[in-house]
Design a protein around this ligand. Structure first.
Ligand SMILES: C[S@@+](CC[C@H](N)C(=O)[O-])C[C@H]1O[C@@H](n2cnc3c(N)ncnc32)[C@H](O)[C@@H]1O
Length: 159
């Protein structure tokens, strides 16, 4: 698909594309973005009317103060900006989006991680990328999912 794709490395909170897009996704990145209202307002500015934004982030379904670190997306609490599905929806609505009911995908994530554990580690895995804290990160994220503190949540918003 090389003739139909291009990649830009940059700060998602500083979007300055000249064109307006008809779709956008945010996959497991919102947990690192402190001001989601400003962010979603900036995203809305880059989307054409009727465009869809698909979000799949780890969201707070319990008290974030109960999280143990390191997590795969944050070494400690200073880099973690998890927010509840309600907070996402409020920020999206304030930015002008129509927002579908959030869908909790925890069961899917638990089944996928159980299947991966049963299959054993592949020769090259996420551990290769994440480094020596990988085991602690995934023990902590597993505990947060099972304990109801975090959930992978899907939100579809329409501009
Ligand atoms: C948990 S990783 C998820 C990566 C990928 N989306 C995935 O699902 O495998 C979070 C990523 O968000 C990136 N990130 C965090 N804040 C960002 C920002 N303001 N602009 C662009 N990328 C950001 C980080 O560099 C990191 O690569």
């Amino acid at each position: 698909m090389a003739d139909r794709t291009s990649f830009v490395v940059g700060d998602a909170t500083q979007l300055e594309f000249e064109s307006r897009f008809d779709a956008a996704t945010l996959v497991h990145v919102g947990m690192n973005i402190p001001d989601k209202s400003a962010f979603f307002a900036a995203v809305a500015d880059q989307l054409a009317p009727g465009a869809r934004l698909g979000i799949y982030d780890l969201m707070a379904t319990g008290d974030p103060n109960g999280l143990s670190y390191p997590l795969p997306f944050a070494s400690d609490a200073s880099g973690a900006w998890v927010a509840s599905p309600d907070a996402y929806v409020a920020s999206l609505v304030a930015a002008g989006f129509d927002v579908a009911e959030p869908i909790d995908r925890t069961q899917l994530a638990l089944e996928a991680t159980a299947a991966a554990s049963a299959a054993g580690p592949p020769p090259v895995s996420l551990a290769t990328l994440m480094g020596p804290d990988f085991d602690a990160m995934f023990a902590n994220i597993g505990a947060a999912l099972r304990g109801g503190l975090l959930a992978p949540v899907q939100i579809i918003a329409t501009r």
